[in-house]
Design a protein around this ligand. Structure first.
Ligand SMILES: Cc1cc2nc3c(=O)[nH]c(=O)nc-3n(C[C@H](O)[C@H](O)[C@H](O)COP(=O)(O)OP(=O)(O)OC[C@H]3O[C@@H](n4cnc5c(N)ncnc54)[C@H](O)[C@@H]3O)c2cc1C
Length: 458
């Protein structure tokens, strides 16, 4: 039986961070990735990572702090977001930023997005991020990477003993591999498993499915079989703003409502406060009769978005043929199939509210998370982005503690078992702050690798 100090399952951001940090502790590591290439949902992502109080923010004149980040995480997640995980994130994210930038990874800019009271979504090319970590792991004599290798079962000492390894499958052949110190599950979420989505998120039946093709909940089920507890399973929410017909596995997504657009349904009516998390907007959109709703905005908002990050850049969306454009709201409504009278009435009343600074209909008090003044939609041409809801990450899963140890249903850690990234629950609670899914994968990935290596070799 081949053996390593640490086995990491999954070659996404959490897995690479776990493998590298375990190797930095001197542990030998097997990184097993199911697909022919790693990257999972990470490489599909918008590349936003939530950090507070970074050199980049200071350069751009943004005032932020780990304390404010923690406060925002609490307010976004609500009472059942796990306090120890939130505190760990707030405390570890500065070190993580330094760890990544020391590996020559560069963050391009900082955007204000869901759940943030200061712009803290740091933008990075996710393909470059994974490629860099992969090359570092490859060059590290302690790490062995095996692609096309699927973790199938956890091996355990006795019925309730330590996790001692993994049965992996490669080219149809099963093989037991021993982990002397621990196993880190970093297999991502289950946005590609109809069965698990039906079990835990039947309310998302109409939502599109997006994410890494290997993300079907393998790690969740492997640990579940050994009594692992689950957290936040009722909180799977779709993300609002994916293009309704050209979703392209989540690559076509626009969040121009955080720059002032309103969102309307087929009757031309608003149905939500557009400044809240796009997960909560996703819930509201799912309650509309039609699965398609529209982000509506005018020339001012369009012009203001030029050159912004891809998620906010309406001009780039126009160039890719994704926007509907018209010289009047009447014509825009007709092109979209929205009731024109409904849209005209909605925009008239919204504009009045925006000028007075008080949204009577839904209490929108800013563009994004209470920040920014409302913008009347009064300068033609007008634009519409037909939008749908997509489950692009599952934000729930294995219960872990602040050392990334997997906790069982009797609230005991399962010895030798760690988990990180989207396979874990407890962090996001009822909504979501942009950039914390990648952020959480990296923070807890590093922690899991380090803990497994240190604990097992102590
Ligand atoms: C379109 C889109 C946009 C997004 N934008 C953002 C964003 O801007 N900011 C943000 O914070 N989050 C974003 N997210 C969410 C974020 O990308 C993910 O939550 C995060 O990348 C998860 O990282 P991970 O390492 O846990 O999983 P992944 O990156 O998905 O990696 C998991 C890996 O495990 C492998 N695997 C699965 N099962 C097994 C097995 N049995 N054995 C071995 N390997 C296995 C998979 O093949 C995969 O490669 C976005 C997601 C999508 C889809």
């Amino acid at each position: 039986m081949s053996n390593y100090d640490v086995i990491v399952l999954g070659g996404g951001l959490a897995g690479y961070c776990a493998a590298l940090s375990a190797a930095e502790e001197g542990a030998t590591v097997l990184l097993a990735e199911k697909c022919d290439e790693g990257g999972g949902s990470t490489v599909l992502s918008g590349g936003f990572m939530a950090f507070a109080d970074t050199a980049l923010q200071r350069e751009l004149g943004v005032s932020d702090s780990p304390e404010l980040l923690l406060e925002d995480l609490r307010s976004v997640g609500g009472p059942h977001a796990q306090e120890d995980l939130l505190r760990t994130y707030a405390a570890e994210q500065t070190t993580l930023f330094g760890w990544l930038t020391a590996k020559r990874l560069r963050f391009e800019g900082v955007e204000l997005a869901a759940g943030q009271s200061a712009p803290r979504s740091h933008s990075i090319d996710p393909g470059q991020l994974i490629l860099t970590l992969h090359e570092l792991a490859q060059a590290n004599g302690n790490v062995t990477i095996r692609t096309g290798t699927t973790g199938v079962y956890l091996l355990r000492e006795g019925e309730n003993g330590r996790i001692r390894g993994v049965t992996v499958e490669e080219s149809g052949r099963l093989e037991d591999v021993e982990a002397r110190c621990g196993v880190v599950i970093a297999t991502g979420g289950f946005s590609r498993s109809e069965r698990l989505l039906q079990t835990f998120a039947p309310q998302q039946a109409r939502a599109l499915r997006v994410g890494g093709v290997g993300n079907v909940g393998d790690g969740l089920r492997m640990a579940w079989r050994h009594g692992a507890d689950l957290h936040d399973m009722g909180e799977v929410k779709g993300t609002y703003g994916v293009h309704a017909t050209e979703c392209n596995n989540g690559q076509e997504i626009l969040l121009i409502f955080y720059r002032g657009a309103i969102i309307v349904n087929r009757e031309g009516r608003r149905f939500t406060d557009e400044s809240v998390s796009y997960k909560l907007i996703g819930d509201a959109a799912m309650r509309q009769d039609s699965p398609v709703t529209w982000q509506i905005f005018d020339k001012k908002i369009f012009d203001g978005s030029i050159g912004a990050a891809r998620l906010f850049d309406a001009a780039a969306a126009l160039n890719r043929g994704l926007l509907i454009k018209a010289d009047s709201l009447q014509s825009l409504a007709e092109q979209c199939g929205i009731d024109p009278q409904g849209l005209l009435a909605t925009v008239a009343s919204y504009n009045e509210d925006a000028r007075s600074g008080r949204d009577e209909a839904f209490g929108r008090d800013g563009l994004c998370h209470h920040v920014g003044a409302l913008v009347p939609l009064d300068q033609p041409p007008f634009f519409a982005y037909p939008s749908a809801v997509a489950v692009l990450a599952t934000y729930c899963g294995l219960r872990i503690d602040a050392k990334a140890r997997v906790i069982d249903v009797y609230e005991e850690p399962i010895e030798g078992l760690y988990a990180a990234g989207e396979v874990t629950g407890g962090f996001h609670g009822k909504a979501y702050m942009t950039g914390t899914s990648l952020g959480k994968s990296a923070v807890f990935g590093r922690l899991a690798g380090r803990e497994a290596a240190r604990t097992g070799r102590a």
